[in-house]
Structure formats: C-alpha cells, structure tokens
Design a protein around this ligand. Structure first.
Ligand code: XMP
Length: 323
C-alpha cells in the first residue's frame, strides 16, 4: 500500500543501488521539489551528496536563510552557497522587457550552477557522477517520459577536466505527485515553510518588478512581499489561496499624502489567486479587513510606496504573474 514510509524506504534503496559509492550533486532552488529530492538522497547516501544553492538575489525575504539554515539543520546536508547577487544585478541592468529578463536570469543561472558543479568536481574528483533532480510524475508525462543524463562543458571555466562532463540523473520523485512530495518532505522532517511553500517562479522577484531590476527596488519589494505574506498567514489564508504575487510598478509613480507632505511614490499590486493547476485562475475574494491591514502596513512601513492596489483579473485573460 502507498505510505510515505514505504516510498522513502524504496527510494532510499534505489538511490543507494544507483549511486553506489560515487558522489552526487543537487541544485536547490528554494522550492519544494528540489528540497525533498535532496533530503531523500541525503538520507540514502549522506555525505556523498553535495547540494548547491545559487543565491541570485531575487528571492523573497528569508528564503535564502531558509535554505542555508533550516534545510541544512533538518537534513545535515553539505551545502555550497554561491553568492551571485551582483552578477545577476549586472546582467539585468537596464533591462525592462519581461522575456529578456527571463532569458538573462535563466542563462546566468545555468552558468553559475555549472561553474559550481565544476568546482565541486575539481575538489572531489571524478567520483562525482550523479546529478539529482526533483522531477515529478506530471513533468515526465508532459515531456513524454524517459530519463537520462546531463552534460556540461568545462573548457571556458576551469582547467584539468575533460571538455564534456556527463552526469547520470537521479530522480527520486519521478513517481510522485506534488501533494505526495509534500507528505514525503514532511516525513523527512523538512520544515513546513519549505514543504508547504506556494508556487514561486524561478526568475523570482526579477519578474515582479515592472521596469528595471535594481537592488533598491528588490529590497523594497521584499519588504512589501514579506508584509503581505505575514498578514495572509496570520489570517489563516495560506491554504485557501494558490499564491499571491506582490508586484512593484517601478515605472509608475503616483501622488500621495503621507505624514506632513505630498509624496510621489510607487504602487504595489497584490495579486492573490485561487487555482487548481495555474493553467486557469480566479482572483481571490480576500476579506476586506485583511486587505486593509496589508495596505496600511505596506504604505506605513515601506518607504517610497504610497499606494496598494488589488488585481481583480482572472486567468485568462490575465496571467498570474505580471511579467
Ligand atoms: P502565469 O504567470 O503564466 O504563471 O499565469 C503560471 C504559474 O507559473 C509560475 N511561473 C513560473 N514558474 N518559472 C517558474 O518556475 C517561470 O519563469 C515562471 N513564470 C511563471 C507562476 O508563479 C504561476 O504559479
């Protein structure tokens, strides 16, 4: 019968059989799937696993610390954190177009991650032969199945390695649906903040700033987002809403009156949605008092924000994210 205990036991045995006494690398994104996959592999092979976390500076408040501290505390995994914040800011400088932002973030992410893989290979030697991925059953069905290998090229990075390095994939969540992954993660002792995390896009806050991405804008958005999340959690609404993007309209300014004078600041958009699978969505009818608390706190506590607006568009026609 299906129990999380059985799934863990089976997968631990399968991972041990596959990896043997070799070593594996797992990239952590801050999301549920990579965290649970890494925790499973960690349980199976312990210190033969090295986890990598690329800090691109586009995460929400506290999320990087969650990986660095809470994930490590819960699993005991070796973690290599790459601070790439400045590199991403430099690459994104002057860019406002959403698709261009996505491409840049995706490209830089792969480059930084591959560089980290190569460094681990140099430090740990050729026994590093496996790459862990948090692929779920629906991902496999959508992409037509099959498992395989991942290649990275080493030539432009570091010396002393073959030009083409091939990793065999370890995909311990291949048979699981999202809710099952959460149950397995919980059983493995991962904190709720990781296991119950709502969807969050890979490009992170980079696509929640309408306009150019800068450090100041990211910091501002992080504060506003943290307030919204705090109030939604306090109101017990986390399960009810699918996700609530908080968006900074950095290229829009509006007049306000705050304290003793007029201000000319930026609006923050709240985009709470309910959904089954993110393909379609409806805007969440949040209680007015919760919206009021979020609005009051954001305008009081976040400098340069003098207006909070609610997105009341379903998907379609609006996408969930603004970019
Ligand atoms: P949209 O905006 O297309 O979003 O309605 C649908 C769902 O996908 C998430 N999303 C992304 N996730 N990389 C991701 O990993 C991305 O580039 C990306 N863009 C959107 C979004 O948060 C929502 O859950």
């Amino acid at each position: 019968s299906w129990t999380t205990g059985n799934v863990i036991e089976e997968q631990v045995a399968a991972i041990r059989a596959q990896v043997g006494d070799k070593r594996a690398i797992c990239g952590l994104s801050g999301g549920v799937d990579s965290a649970v996959a890494a925790a499973l592999v960690q349980k199976a092979i312990g210190s033969q696993l090295t986890c990598v976390y690329v800090d691109h500076g586009l995460m929400r408040k506290g999320e990087t610390e969650q990986v660095e501290k809470d994930f490590v505390a819960a699993t005991g995994a070796n973690l290599k954190v790459v601070d790439a914040q400045q590199r991403f800011l430099d690459a994104l400088a002057g860019v406002s177009d959403p698709e261009t932002k996505r491409k840049i973030i995706g490209r830089e992410f792969i480059r930084v991650f591959e560089q980290a893989q190569l460094e681990i290979l140099q430090e740990e030697g050729p026994e590093v032969a496996f790459l862990v991925q948090g692929t779920l059953y629906p991902d496999i069905v959508e992409s037509g199945g099959g498992t395989g290998t991942a290649n990275i090229k080493s030539h432009h990075n570091v010396g002393g390695l073959p030009d083409d390095i091939e990793f065999e994939l370890v995909e311990p969540l291949r048979q699981l649906f999202k809710d099952e992954v959460r149950m397995v993660g919980q059983e493995l002792g991962l904190p709720d903040e990781i296991v119950q995390r709502q969807p969050f896009p890979g490009p992170g806050l980079g696509i929640r700033i309408v306009g150019e991405v800068t450090k100041d804008r990211l910091d501002l958005l992080r504060e506003a987002d943290a307030i919204a999340r705090e109030e939604l959690t306090a109101a017990g609404l986390d399960r009810e809403i699918w996700q609530c993007p908080v968006v900074l309209l950095a290229d829009v300014r509006s007049v306000g009156v705050q304290g003793d004078g007029r201000t000319y600041g930026h609006p923050i958009v709240l985009r709470p949605v309910s959904s089954e699978d993110a393909m379609t969505a409806d805007w969440s009818r949040l209680p007015y008092d919760v919206l009021a608390r979020i609005s009051t706190r954001i305008t009081n506590e976040v400098a340069d924000v003098n207006r909070v607006v609610l997105d009341v568009t379903s998907k379609p026609p609006g996408t969930i994210e603004w970019e």
